[in-house]
Ligand binder design. Structure first.
Ligand code: SAM
Length: 314
């Protein structure tokens, strides 16, 4: 099994994909205690270093380095300020890349990074990774095209070490109309789950901002994007549909119980395994459960990107 080092690992979405693709994850790191708790409960074999990446001096040797540095600066939900310090954590990834010099690396981030005002940051990532000695390629992939029951577009940056003389090709979509597999649906993902899992979903009001767009999808469709902030979590299909009243104003079409997806449902819609464990540790508030799930990379999507790496491990 080729060895991987994972940075900004969260609760292990990307790493679950790596394991499924046949990698051994030697070390993972994140600053968020509940991310560590969930990760370790599900993958006890990986050494998880809790803390600020800026404090880690030495990284173990590995053939693959992966990292999904934070995206608040680029995302729809975050403050879109290209000058925010959090946007330069890719330099920490580059520091690890320089030290480890793996055969390949994979980075995932929100697709907002391709927007004009963030373009210079994306270009700088290309420049920095190329200077370390990698042939770098980027592509925007939709998780729904790879068997995840969710519309989620994310940018992947993949690099192969120059001495290998190879070029990475992104995996072709496998799910959806005209492809070998049908689109995965909310109905299939949530099969067997309780209709009203009291205490496991965010139950505050649907405020005006929530109702400024359509948050509803039906059982036979993939979900809207699962986000880290529970206030903006999409509606469960048992809720009445939303209808448009005017620009930025939506209302429930009928009376009836309505609720957002629970954090466990959100995990299923991210493509995590059915037996995923959420430990009841002191940092396991409802908010933190939603945060680690919403921040995660859908494991099947990361698996597809990792499997598309050329056979360079011998
Ligand atoms: C997009 S999420 C990563 C998701 C993860 N790859 C997964 O699939 O579950 C970014 C992560 O970076 C972590 N992070 C932010 N600043 C950090 C820092 N200075 N050092 C280490 N981790 C940090 C956040 O806590 C968050 O979990």
């Amino acid at each position: 099994m080729p060895n991987a080092v994972s940075l900004f690992s969260g609760c292990g979405g990307s790493d679950a994909g790596l394991l499924a693709a046949g990698f051994n994850v030697l070390m993972a790191n994140d600053i968020l205690p509940y991310a560590q708790d969930v990760y370790v409960a599900n993958h006890p074999e990986t050494e998880y270093v809790l803390g600020d990446i800026r404090k880690i001096e030495h990284f173990p040797d590995a053939e693959l380095l992966v990292g999904c540095y934070p995206c608040q600066g680029f995302s729809q939900g975050g403050v879109r300020d290209p000058s925010r310090k959090i946007n330069t954590l890719y330099l920490e990834f580059a520091r690890a890349l320089k030290q480890i010099k793996p055969k390949a690396f994979i980075v995932e981030n929100v697709s907002g990074m391709v927007r004009a005002n963030f373009r210079h940051l994306l270009e700088d990532q290309f420049k920095v990774f190329s200077e370390v000695g990698y042939n770098v390629k980027a592509g925007v992939l939709n998780a729904a095209d790879y068997g995840v029951p969710q519309e989620r577009k994310r940018i992947f940056i993949v690099g192969l070490r120059n001495d290998l003389g190879l070029e990475y090709e992104f995996p072709l979509p496998t799910h959806g109309k005209g492809r070998s597999e049908p689109t995965a649906t909310i109905g299939a993902a949530l099969e067997g789950m309780p209709e009203w899992p009291e205490g496991e979903f965010y139950d505050l009001d649907f405020h005006w901002y929530y109702l400024s767009r359509n948050r509803w999808r039906g059982w036979c469709e993939p979900s809207k994007t699962i986000v880290a902030n529970p206030r903006h979590m999409p509606l469960h299909p048992m809720s009445p549909r939303l209808v448009k009243i005017e620009h930025n104003v939506w209302r429930f079409a009928s009376e009836g119980r309505a609720r957002r997806f629970s954090y466990r449902e959100a995990a299923r819609l991210q493509g995590f395994k059915r037996d995923m464990v959420f430990p009841d540790s002191s940092s396991g508030s409802l908010n933190n459960r939603y945060t680690v799930v919403g921040n995660a990379v859908p494991p099947p999507l990361f698996e597809a990107v990792a499997r598309a790496l050329p056979e360079i491990w011998d």
